[in-house]
Design a protein around this ligand. Structure first.
Ligand code: ADP
Ligand code: ZN
Ligand code: ZN
Length: 737
């Protein structure tokens, strides 16, 4: 009988690979990383299983190269979850498995990370007479420093601070056998005394918060899905903190997912303060090493909690107790390239498999989650009031038709800003477009500046005097004259954050302004600085994009102006109105926190639009009811299920041909109740020089949809080879372009 190692290898192929064991090597367990030869490459894969036969003849099997882990990094349940995810999203298992790991582990690095590097003296070094080194003063100094140090060793970080030249002296001491490098695991990195926890007692929760905490805590040790619906500022974060403390008391761990921690640095601080200990975080602005450390902190059981973004959903837990998904409606939970998983949906599946409760929190839950709560799949918890008793600000429409606007701002909005400033409060203006203006147009001939590679207009960035495409990397200087007619009357059309900022500078010359968007916060630390200014009251008017809508607390803001509520009203995607409502309610939620009541003004040219009307009159719940009815009528999620095939190539014929063939295969294997729509051009047909088309599969029943996708899979390799096309499959897409 032979032994075969079955390995998932990170290649875009829908299969796993068999290898012969390394002779003499102890048998590794599934979940260990294995280095294997693959073609001419050497790749890091993950051991899935040990089997006793292979479909490949033994003589043709290659031998694995190295076992990288002594004990498995992924547990059985992690492998199970990842295998499920690969099947559900129809993505190659090897790529899925390896996305579960932080990059350094994918590259084969040792998982021992929370370690301290030392320079230490050998026995000889400890007794070595200093004067022997009188002709090498740098070495003598280093030797003396180490001889005087506690334990005859010093951490490299300490040495770097104390003796800047030590790195040049060290090799000579090591060569003489006087010193050596050593490394020790830093086990205490995330540990903290239980007293540390108790010294931060729970704040007094209000009755709704207590009810929510108790309802979840009752289900510890079993699976249950909760939808925590709490208006902005209602104290959801306090509920999370209280739950995490309870989980810690049980000796268990909590995984808390957040959309974009790097945008909301305060949240990390609140957990550190609230738990009285350091909290590992996992997000894209950290270094690879920091990410590895945080991942290992949860995986090893050293830390009781991890705060992480999307990809942290796969981080293994030693003692799982609870999963929390904050702002569950956020689009950033869905990965938009490669392995297109939804972290929220994977988290729900994971919690069920682990038998632990999961809490989905939001002020504006997704229509899917609301529907699941409606039909009792999720248990609903409500925090109806703002903590501290502040009233929710009313939304008011400002009809801007037939009005003279000053750079997009109505008289009413300008007066309201004026009033707010004179009371010493802050105003927040929201416009979801960065740059100065989205269009540069010639007033003589109607020419419009467009990207050469995309079907998109170039956005004016006035400060840098550039035109930029927001869909590819293309940019150019702003032309002096019209390239088409030579005219000189080029004008910016429409509004962006920069233009609003400039208009406000002129309208309110004494006011202190700050703009928060991707351009103004590109350098590291600049967002934190700007937020600190807002909090300390050094800012009178904030102008920004949706970056402002995400979980910030701006207690001094009492006026929110939404400059263009229509921009989102007529977008093509079926989720556009849901997004618009969420964004409006979230932005509005920044106003009038604490004791100060707030006002929210929405400028629109469509004051009679039913969705806007419902949102104003009945709030988000009323809007959601109406929007769910529309979805039901159209058979769209959550009443139907979607998968989108996207294909692109320089030559537009190619993706169309590919998708047409795919459509034929799909129709051949389709059962009842599946619709195949397309191929149709993507809303922006040409992007980065490539033509993009899509094929939509829609079904009332999820299993039927997945059955078709399963049957299409075997055709893909042949089709791809025949068509030479770049394609992707998106299961449960969050938008259809
Ligand atoms: P959310 O996460 O729902 O937006 P937070 O948990 O951030 O709400 O709470 C909003 C504000 O109210 C915070 O400043 C918080 O400290 C405060 N807060 C929350 N719960 C209470 C409470 N029970 N009593 C007093 N203040 C509270
Ligand atoms: Zn012109
Ligand atoms: Zn472009």
């Amino acid at each position: 009988m032979t032994t075969i190692w079955r390995v998932a290898v990170p290649v875009p192929l829908y299969r796993v690979f068999d290898y012969l064991p390394i002779p003499g090597s102890p048998t590794p367990q599934p979940g260990c990383r294995i280095r294997v030869p693959f073609g001419v490459q050497s790749l890091v894969g993950c051991l899935l299983d040990i089997v006793d036969s292979s479909d490949v003849e033994p003589a043709r099997l290659r031998t694995a190269a190295a076992v990288l882990d002594e004990s498995p990094l992924l547990r059985t349940e992690d492998l199970g979850l990842l295998t499920w995810a690969a099947r559900y999203y129809h993505h190659p298992l090897g790529e899925v498995l390896l996305t579960a790991f932080p990059v350094l582990l994918r590259k084969g690095r040792s998982p021992m990370v929370a370690s301290v590097k030392y320079l230490a003296l050998t026995e000889t070094g400890i007794r070595f007479p200093l004067d022997t080194l009188s002709r090498a003063p740098r070495q003598a100094l280093l030797l003396r420093t180490l001889q005087e140090a506690n334990g005859h060793r010093l951490a490299e970080s300490v040495l770097a601070a104390a003796l800047p030249g030590w790195r040049r002296a060290a090799p000579a001491l090591i060569a003489k056998g006087l010193a050596c490098h050593c490394e020790q695991p830093d086990d205490d990195a995330w540990a903290s005394s239980p007293e540390g926890v108790r010294s931060h007692p729970d704040p007094k929760l209000n009755p709704a918060q207590v009810a929510a905490v108790n309802a979840v805590a009752e289900t510890f040790g079993r699976s249950a899905t909760f939808l925590l619906e709490g208006v902005t500022g209602s104290g959801k974060t306090e509920v999370y903190l209280s739950l995490v403390r309870r989980v810690m008391e049980r000796g268990e761990q909590c995984l808390l997912l957040l959309p974009e921690i790097s945008l909301t640095p305060q949240i990390e601080q609140r957990f550190v303060n609230g738990l009285g200990r350091d909290v590992p975080v996992f997000h894209s602005r950290l270094s690879e090493l920091e990410r590895l450390q945080s991942w290992m902190a949860l995986q090893s059981g050293a830390a009781p909690i991890l705060l992480g973004t999307r990809s942290a959903v796969f981080c293994p837990m030693q003692r799982p107790g609870l999963i929390i998904v904050d702002e569950e409606h956020e689009a950033s939970y869905k990965q938009q390239d490669g392995f297109r998983f939804s972290a929220r949906d994977v988290a729900i599946k994971r919690a069920r498999d682990l038998g632990v409760p999961i809490v989905l929190g939001s002020a504006t839950p997704s229509l899917e989650s609301l529907w699941n709560a409606e039909r009792q799949r999720y248990r609903r918890l409500r925090l109806p009031d703002r903590a501290g008793g502040a009233a929710a600000p009313p939304l008011r429409l400002v009809d801007v038709r037939r009005q003279r606007l000053v750079e997009g701002l109505s008289r009413r909005l300008i007066d309201a800003i004026d009033g707010t400033l004179s009371e010493g409060h802050q105003a927040l203006l929201f416009i979801n477009r960065r740059g100065y203006a989205p269009t540069l147009i010639c007033n003589d001939c109607g020419w419009v500046a467009e990207c050469r590679a995309c079907d998109a207009r170039l956005v004016i960035h006035q400060r840098e005097n550039r035109l930029r495409c927001h869909h590819c990397a293309y940019e150019q200087g702003v032309p002096r004259g019209c390239p088409s007619c030579g005219g000189r009357d080029l004008r910016p059309l429409g509004m962006g954050t920069e233009r609003i900022e400039q208009a406000l500078e002129e309208l309110f010359p004494a006011a202190r302004l700050t703009r928060i968007d991707r351009d103004s916060t590109a350098t590291s630390g600049s967002l934190q600085e700007k937020l600190a200014d807002v909090h300390s009251g050094d800012v009178d008017i904030l102008i920004g994009t949706q970056m402002l809508a995400k979980g910030h607390h701006f207690p001094r803001v009492t006026l929110v102006g939404i400059v263009d509520a229509d921009a989102m009203l007529f977008a093509t995607d079926f989720r556009a109105s849901e997004r618009m409502a969420q964004l409006i309610v979230q932005v509005a939620g920044r106003a009038g926190r604490a004791e100060k009541p707030g006002t929210v003004l929405l400028q629109t040219r469509n004051p009679e639009h039913p969705l806007l009307q419902t949102l104003i009159d009945q709030g988000y719940p009323g809007f959601a009811t109406l929007a769910l009815e529309e979805r039901r009528a159209a058979g769209l999620p959550p009443f139907g299920h979607l998968a989108v095939w996207r294909a692109e190539a320089i030559d537009g014929e190619v993706p169309q041909r590919f998708l047409t063939r795919l459509r034929e295969h799909a129709l051949a294997c389709c059962g009842h109740g599946i619709e195949v729509l397309g191929p149709a051009p993507a809303p922006m047909l040409r992007q980065s020089g490539r033509h993009r088309y899509q094929l939509l599969l829609q079904s009332r029943e999820r299993p039927a949809l997945h059955a078709v996708l399963d049957q299409l899979q075997p055709h893909l390799t042949g089709l791809t080879r025949a068509c030479k096309v770049r394609w992707s499959l998106d299961v449960d897409p969050i938008d259809c372009y």
